[in-house]
Design a protein around this ligand. Structure first.
Ligand SMILES: [Zn+2]
Length: 552
């Protein structure tokens, strides 16, 4: 049928011979990639990090930073040597253990420290790394990150950190992987007196150091991943509010440049409470009541810094004023407030162990945008939004990246990932169950780091459906599956063309004018059991399903 042929053409990038596209493009990885991305080396697994006190002074005039990190850890095995990470362009001044300087060696961005005696399994211990240098200046934060040194419109210094992907060791020493999070952290940032630092968690103390610098101590009472730890330095003004949420009173604190105060009050007032209401409904309680919710104006677009979301959307709706769905729904709310805050649940509460599974952060958070739209404007609006974002999908390579080398996959983790989750909801076909799964994920993996299987198995188990082949196809392969119809011996048959083993996604089809039925094709042709189904009257739910359809 013409309609279906056109649909195939419209899909453009989708090959009909999906099986010819098996495998991932060949990439080569270096020793430096492995040092950074390998989660399994004993030099990293030998210690479980529990607490950082990060103490960094920003000499803004010279774009120079200096300070220390205290590592508190528990030994998971006997060891004498461990690895921590610090970018090679920063100098290690010394590593101190029980008042004694420790020998260390460096290789790329890794530092190896040898202790004078064996640290025994189960022991709790600590060491401090002193460092200094000129950190990498972000070329295009938050994507190509580092430290942003800018000035506000009044000429005041405005400095921010943004290091997702590249890693927090671009500006302070730490065990730089997502699999191991501290339980709490103290962040001390010293800034030229007259400026303010805003970091994660709650402000504990402000100390005038008497040398032209003032130190701000921020305490984070919850587990936090490294790239979320932030410094935002500028001439800020503060206002606040509270929200009566599922776990009681949630403090809302806002730090913006003084000349943006009125715009901020209006924009935050119109977006934040609705956002928290929607996400608590769908995902469960905001995961960090102890640390509060904050928005901090930043000299870049935004970043999901835990309990201190960096905000740079210029107090306008949409994504810098654009609607990523092309439906109109995306212009009715502030994209950065909604998207970055969605990460408090997926990304910050639930963190992927390996950067290759960044889809756990971005697919769910992209999907959260449509749930916000649904909560505010109804289910149809949310469905239109998620469907509209398909125009941004490129199907260039798999969404899952390469494990063990700190490499994320395709940017399709956003829009294709969001469409995948909406499809999974369609398959489960029970919105209350789906909501309980989303809430259950946040409860079961509360403040934890997770793997691909943790998430996919949980959704399969809770839904009572084996959704592994569905996730597999959309996350591990670049092509979308194609539902192929063919008349065999006078009967309409169909099958899936797909890469994933055992692909058998249930799909909604109907004969023209009738109701939708779920059928569950396999990769072998089987007759369709819907009465009167024929080549010229069969219709597939391609609004909810992101698939190709082929009628032979
Ligand atoms: Zn995101």
């Amino acid at each position: 049928m013409k309609k279906y042929k056109l649909l195939i053409l419209a899909l453009g990038l989708v090959s009909l011979k999906a099986s010819a596209q098996l495998g991932k493009p060949k990439e080569t990885f270096t020793r430096a990639d492995t040092l950074r991305g390998d989660l399994t080396t004993p030099l990293r697994t030998c210690y479980d990090i529990g607490y950082y006190h990060l103490d960094v002074k920003f000499d803004i005039d010279h774009k120079f930073i200096s300070g220390s990190t205290l590592f508190k850890f528990a030994a998971t095995q006997d060891f004498t040597k461990l690895q921590f990470d610090l970018f090679a362009n920063l100098k290690v001044e010394k590593v101190v253990y029980k008042g004694q300087e420790l020998p260390y060696t460096r290789e790329f961005n890794a530092v190896f420290v040898t202790f004078p005696t064996t640290i025994a399994k189960g022991n709790k211990d600590e060491f401090t790394v002193y460092f200094s240098g000129n950190p990498i200046i972000a070329k295009n934060a938050p994507w190509d990150g580092g430290i942003v040194f800018k000035a506000d419109s009044l000429g005041n210094p405005w400095v921010a950190t943004a290091c997702q992907g590249m890693g927090a060791s671009v500006w302070w020493p730490n065990k730089d992987q997502q699999a191991d999070e501290v339980d709490s952290a103290l962040i001390s940032i010293s800034v030229p007196t007259g400026l303010q630092d805003v970091s994660n968690g709650r402000l504990r103390k402000v100390t005038d150091l008497g040398n032209g610098y003032t130190r701000y101590d921020w305490f984070v009472a919850n587990p936090i991943n490294n790239y979320d730890i932030e410094a935002n330095i500028g001439k800020y003004t503060h206002f606040n509010d509270t929200y009566d949420g599922e776990k009681g009173k949630l403090t809302l604190d806002y730090w913006v440049l003084s000349y943006n105060l009125e715009k901020a009050k209006k924009q935050f007032g119109e977006n934040v409470k609705d956002m928290i209401k929607a996400f608590e409904h769908w995902f469960g309680p905001y995961p960090f009541y102890e640390d509060g919710y904050k928005l901090i104006e930043a000299p870049h677009l935004g970043m999901e810094h835990q309990s201190g979301t960096a905000y740079g959307n210029h107090f306008i709706n949409g994504y810098l004023g654009r609607d990523l769905s092309g439906t109109g729904w995306g212009l009715k709310w502030d994209f950065i407030i909604v998207h970055e805050s969605g990460h408090e649940w997926f990304g910050n509460n639930i963190t992927s162990k390996d950067l290759a599974d960044m889809w756990i952060h971005e697919s769910f958070t992209n999907y959260s945008e449509s749930l916000f739209v649904e909560q505010r404007y109804g289910k149809q609006a949310g469905q239109e939004y998620v469907h509209g974002t398909r125009m941004n999908i490129v199907n260039d390579r798999p969404i899952v990246g390469t494990y063990g080398v700190n490499k994320e996959g395709s940017g399709d983790m956003y829009y294709k990932g969001g469409n995948l989750l909406n499809m999974v909801r369609t398959i489960i076909n029970d919105d209350e169950k789906w909501r309980n799964i989303l809430r259950g994920l946040n409860k079961t993996f509360y403040h934890q780091t997770v793997t691909y299987d943790d998430i996919v198995d949980y959704i399969s188990d809770q839904s009572g459906k084996n959704l592994k082949p569905v996730f597999d196809q959309y996350l591990h392969y670049k092509n979308i599956p194609i539902l192929e119809f063919m008349v065999i011996r006078g009967k309409l048959n169909c099958r899936w063309q797909a890469d994933a083993k055992g692909f058998n996604m249930p799909v909604r089809v109907k004969v023209k004018g009738g109701d939708y039925h779920f059928i569950q094709p396999t990769t072998w042709f089987r007759p369709i059991t819907i009465t009167n189904a024929a080549k010229d009257n069969i219709e597939v739910d391609t609004f909810n399903y992101y698939i190709g359809v082929l009628v032979d």
